[in-house]
Write a protein that binds this ligand. Structure first.
Ligand code: NAD
Length: 264
């Protein structure tokens, strides 16, 4: 998703600093943008490390002179229900997803406040509906949603808008590893994928580009009167699963009707 965000924002005329723990991957994205004529650079950043995040913000200022928007998108999936999760698992989910969002926001906000700007977090649709077997990841993303609303309230009057995108299932290394962890073999993995997607009204995976489009909207003046919002981009999963049960809606949506489900 970060790669798609970088490409979409660069195409919109922005200078993009790609920050990721995986430095070669971030550098490859930046190199691709530079080769296409867009200003871009990369910096290794560990969002769980206060000094690393501060260095990332300083690098952005040194390179571009200002920060207009920050897409705080890095995250990690930790699988497991509460009975199978260790305290280490819980702490890891909180550290990468919640503390990482907190540290990132704290490092960039002073710079956003200089001329006004935007902060966009990545939540998840299933935090708004519930899902089986992610008893650390969902609470961690819940903290990200609460942080979105809190920062929006704290900084609206000072020219900084804070919103979040809540993606449904998007085919990336993260979602792939999530479903592989639940499947014993390739056949079970394929069956699981088909079941998940079958529950989406728009019955396919989302693309990173579709999420990046929402982030661009929230990051720019196109969304100038929006703050504190958590916007699902999820093929209709969240909204349509709550449609009133009726013979008509059942006939129409019966194939994916997820109201009886507690997972995706
Ligand atoms: N893929 C989905 O279906 C889906 C759905 C809902 C929400 N999300 C969220 O979207 C975001 C992007 O996910 P993705 O699917 O692109 O995952 P991904 O695994 O492809 O990418 C996550 C990126 O975060 C980086 N990262 C991990 N830990 C880091 C750290 N400590 N410091 C800096 N970078 C770190 C990884 O190196 C990787 O490049 C995540 O926050 C994820 O929770 C994904």
């Amino acid at each position: 998703m970060g790669r798609a965000v970088a490409a979409r924002f660069a195409a919109n005329g922005m200078a993009v600093l790609c920050a990721d723990l995986n430095e070669p991957a971030a550098q490859a994205v930046a190199n691709g943008l530079t080769a296409a004529g867009h200003p871009a650079c990369a910096v290794r950043t560990d969002i769980t490390d206060e000094a690393s995040v501060a260095a990332m913000a300083a690098a952005a200022i040194n390179w571009a002179g200002r920060i207009d928007t920050c897409i705080a998108n890095a995250g990690a999936m930790i699988e497991g229900d509460i009975l199978s999760l260790s305290l280490t698992d819980w702490n890891r989910a909180m550290l990468v997803n919640a503390t990482g969002a907190f540290l990132t926001a704290r490092a960039v906000l002073p710079h956003l406040l200089v001329q006004g700007g935007t902060l966009v977090f990545t939540a998840t649709t299933v935090d708004l509906s519930g899902m089986k077997g992610v008893a650390a990841y969902l609470p961690a993303k819940g903290a990200v949603m609460a942080l979105t609303r809190q920062l929006a309230a704290d900084f609206a009057a000072r020219g900084v808008r804070v919103n979040a995108v809540a993606p449904g299932a998007v085919r990336t290394p993260l979602s792939e590893s999530q479903f592989r962890a639940r499947a014993a073999d390739e056949a079970e993995f394929q069956t699981l994928l088909a079941q998940v997607i079958g529950r989406y009204p728009i019955s396919r995976w989302g693309t990173p580009e579709e999420i990046a489009e929402g982030m661009l909207f929230l990051a720019t003046d196109r969304s100038s009167w929006m703050t504190g919002q958590i916007i699902p981009i999820d093929g209709g999963l969240l909204e349509l699963r709550q449609a009133p049960r009726s013979a008509r809606s059942k006939a129409r949506f019966g194939r994916w009707d997820a109201r009886a489900e507690t997972s995706f």
